[in-house]
Design a protein around this ligand. Structure first.
Ligand SMILES: [Zn+2]
Ligand SMILES: [Zn+2]
Length: 380
């Protein structure tokens, strides 16, 4: 920003030369809230300029000495005292007093991160494990073991990465903070220190078992109890079985993502099951008692006299269980009357006799007629 057209600091904050420190602080708070780049995503460039401008004005006007110089000599007077664009001189504790945690100033200006013993503590990564179940396994639920590859602490070096008997020194690049602060325009950005990968420490001699990583790849047997009724896409969370967190942070979680194979004849809709049962024309006409497959063994399906093709029969609570402990779904049998395509000479003769006496009015059927059967509940 050139000095010639630099705006008056009082004007920038909308205050006057007689305004009190409290008024200036309050004016700055209002202006900064308005122009914070995070709150102006569609107008970021202008917001950044405005935000910088009001911060600059506040930096000067909130400092009694700088304000006096500015009042006497204007912008030119501040050139020697580092009051204008030197944002490294901004007191961020002051920002914190003004805004609290409102903007996440800690992230913006880089003073933060959860730490333990001077190191950055993070939660470990979550792991995903894909598992395929047969339809029957998913319906009944199973207890099983899975082998999950993951990283674990190296026991030879207790996770430090240093060879036994050798020392550990503080990382020179970051001074042990594990992070390096970069200036990017107005903003200060924290990055994980590349020299120590955020550990804040450098090992003199690497542990041979983990090559200095402090962690080793292991396969772990994890016992899983899969509840009955799970479906494709069901996610089971196994707490604390993910990867360990860096620097002793809590472990992530393991997510077991299930895929359930389709059944050869049961179609699943939520917890309900559907299947199609063929009927002969005589069974449909005279009625029949059938043994049909159920989820747990055979079921008795009583088809009444005069059953139409397409009729659906329901057996309540014989479907899949709800994995969350609710009730069971229902079991539906959809019957389809098979028209014979090959008749013996004798069958054909009977059929012709039947045809002579059996008359149907071949007009379009009323859409609400009972010809199209609604679901019928059957018991036993
Ligand atoms: Zn470092
Ligand atoms: Zn090791």
């Amino acid at each position: 920003m050139s000095k010639a057209n630099q705006r008056d600091f009082y004007e920038v904050l909308g205050v006057t030369k007689t305004s009190s420190a409290e008024e200036i602080k309050s004016a700055y708070r209002k202006a900064a809230m308005k122009w914070h780049p995070d709150r102006n995503p569609e107008n970021k460039e202008e917001a950044e300029i405005r935000f910088r401008e009001c911060t600059e004005a506040y930096t000067v006007l909130s400092d009694t000495q700088k304000r006096q110089i500015y009042d006497t000599y204007g912008h030119a007077g501040l050139a020697g005292v580092g009051g204008q664009t030197d944002f490294n001189g901004v007191n961020f504790q002051d920002f914190h007093d003004i805004f609290g945690d409102f903007f996440g100033f800690e992230d913006l200006f880089g003073s933060g991160g959860r730490r333990r013993g001077g190191k950055r503590v993070q939660r470990g990564a979550d792991l995903r494990y894909d598992m395929t179940l047969t339809f029957e396994e998913a319906a009944a639920g199973i207890a099983t073991k899975v082998r999950v590859p993951r990283q674990e602490y190296c026991e030879s070096c207790n996770g430090t990465g240093a060879k036994k008997g050798t020392g550990i020194t503080t990382c020179q690049a970051c001074g042990g903070r594990g992070q390096i602060v970069y200036q990017q325009g107005f903003f200060t950005i924290n990055r994980t220190c590349p020299a120590c990968q955020g550990a804040g420490q450098i090992v003199k001699e690497r542990c041979p078992d983990c090559r200095g990583q402090g962690r080793v790849d292991r396969e772990r047997n994890i016992e899983l109890r899969i509840p009955p009724g799970v479906d494709t896409g069901t996610r089971l969370r196994v707490q604390g079985e993910g990867e360990p967190g860096p620097n002793g942070g809590p472990a992530g979680d393991l997510y077991v993502v299930l895929e359930v194979k389709e059944h050869s004849f049961f179609e699943r809709r939520g917890a309900d099951l559907y299947c199609t049962i063929p009927l002969s024309i005589s069974q449909a006409t005279l009625g029949a008692e059938l043994q049909v497959p159920g989820l747990n063994g055979e079921e008795r399906l009583k088809v009444p006299e005069g059953t139409q093709s397409g009729a659906v029969f329901r057996i309540k609570a014989k479907g899949l269980p709800d994995p969350h402990g609710g009730g069971r779904g229902d079991l539906y049998y959809h019957v389809r009357v098979l028209t014979p395509t090959k008749l013996t000479r004798e069958q054909r003769k009977i059929m012709e006799q039947l045809d002579a006496t059996l008359k149907v009015d071949n007009k379009p059927a009323d859409r609400n007629s009972s010809l199209f059967d609604k679901v019928k509940d059957i018991f036993g």
